[in-house]
Ligand binder design. Structure first.
Ligand SMILES: CC(C)(COP(=O)(O)OP(=O)(O)OC[C@H]1O[C@@H](n2cnc3c(N)ncnc32)[C@H](O)[C@@H]1OP(=O)(O)O)[C@@H](O)C(=O)NCCC(=O)NCCS
Length: 175
């Protein structure tokens, strides 16, 4: 497996992988799968901000999954807090791809300057909770009934990990 920074040429495959999880899962609260052009616009925003967007491919070049990190919320004081998202091609789940991608994303998040990384886990998805726990994330809260999809109320689970010096040292510069 190879893990590489994404380019906009990856948008169609990314959109295809994500569409399955929009239609069949509760990890994302989107109800309509975005078109490849919309996915390319989302990717362009992340890449332009200097945040990580990584893709995993098998030796034959097929995309196995992808993950990215964005600033947790827009307001400026959140600038050291990232939120990760990872989606694995449905038939390739449970083979260690998610773990490899998340480990790479944690490293890339430190390089990008983040000090905390949050997982906002839709539908309290057990696989995502297990993945983040395996990489050292700890539980940080639960929002009950925060989503409604597939005729069910969904809880959102928060998990977090400190990156680099975390909150034990100030950032390199302050405004
Ligand atoms: C959650 C997801 C990203 C995990 O990726 P994956 O490649 O399937 O997971 P891995 O094979 O790398 O497994 C990582 C760890 O999680 C555990 N795990 C994975 N899926 C699991 C499941 N459904 N139930 C329990 N544990 C699970 C594995 O046992 C492994 O733990 P270990 O290393 O301690 O043995 C993937 O299943 C997925 O795309 N799910 C749907 C979308 C989603 O939930 N995305 C997360 C949004 S934040």
């Amino acid at each position: 497996m190879m893990i590489q920074p994404a380019t906009l040429a990856d948008a169609a495959e990314v959109a295809e992988i994500y569409a399955h999880h929009v239609r069949c899962g509760t990890a994302t609260y989107e109800l309509e799968a975005p078109a490849p052009s919309e996915m390319a616009a989302r990717m362009a925003k992340v890449i332009a901000a200097g945040w990580p967007w990584l893709v995993a491919r098998d030796p034959a070049g097929q995309m196995l999954g992808y993950g990215y990190v964005v600033q947790f919320r827009d307001r400026a004081a959140y600038r050291y807090a990232g939120e990760d998202s990872i989606y694995i091609r449905n038939e390739c789940r449970g083979q260690g791809v998610g773990k490899a991608l998340l480990a790479a994303l944690i490293g890339a998040s430190e390089t990008a300057g983040f000090r905390q990384l949050y997982a906002v886990i839709g539908g309290a998805e057990p696989g995502s909770i297990a993945l983040h726990a395996a990489l050292g994330f700890s539980h940080a809260g639960r929002l009950r009934g925060s989503g409604r999809k597939a005729g069910r109320w969904l809880d959102t689970v928060f998990m977090q990990i400190a990156i680099g010096a975390g909150d034990t040292a100030p950032p390199p510069s302050e405004p």
